[in-house]
Design a protein around this ligand. Structure first.
Ligand code: SB7
Ligand code: NI
Length: 182
């Protein structure tokens, strides 16, 4: 897999292309690589050896592939372990309630810390396709929902800081609950 591209790279600002099935061998491998990267980034030995920053998600445009694919992997989220690849993902419904991480968001494609609240839906229902072309549905909430929305934004050329209030980054977000990261 190619290196993670950083802010200023045009792939991060494009709308990524819909994927068709069956996947090409190349796309199939890309899915594996995205998920493997995330798993490795959580491994204490591998992450140190290869200098990987831990991430809970990684989207294809971040490795300069402008396609609607991302992976998510987290052990932080309560309940079932969260680890999947999402192809042509969609949010089919969402709560009115919003949420935000009190510590803000970060991005593997952004090397500088950017502070401020990023409003997200607290609960979302999503559909996506897996690597074999099977559609699946999930309900996500809290950190998992936040991460999914962060990744979906990458497929639409949106960066997390686009959502931060420029005049007052820590301005209260109406109708929202705050989420503290463990
Ligand atoms: C904080 C970090 C992430 C999502 C939500 C809150 C993901 C960081 C890794 N990424 O750059 C993935 O696009
Ligand atoms: Ni990101």
């Amino acid at each position: 897999m190619k290196d993670i591209v950083r802010e200023g790279h045009p792939s991060l600002r494009k709308r990524a292309e819909e994927v068709t099935f069956p996947l090409s061998d190349e796309d199939y491998k890309l899915c594996d690589d995205l998920l493997t990267y995330l798993k490795n980034s959580h491994d204490p030995e591998i992450s140190v050896k290869y200098n990987l920053r831990p991430g809970i998600g990684l989207a294809a445009p971040q490795v300069d592939v402008s396609k609607r694919i991302f992976a998510m992997h987290s052990t932080e989220v309560k309940g079932e372990p969260l680890s999947f690849v999402a192809i042509n993902p969609k949010i089919i419904s969402h709560s009115v309630e919003k949420t935000f991480l009190t510590s803000g968001e970060g991005c593997l494609s952004v090397d500088r810390p950017i502070e401020g609240y990023v409003p997200r839906y607290t609960r979302i229902s999503i559909t996506a396709f897996d690597q074999d072309g099977n559609e699946f549905k999930k309900r996500l909430r809290g950190l998992a929902a936040i991460a999914f929305q962060h990744e979906l934004d990458h497929l639409n050329g949106i960066m997390f800081y686009d959502h931060i209030n420029k005049d007052d980054p820590f301005k209260e977000i109406p109708g929202s609950i705050q989420l503290e990261r463990a």
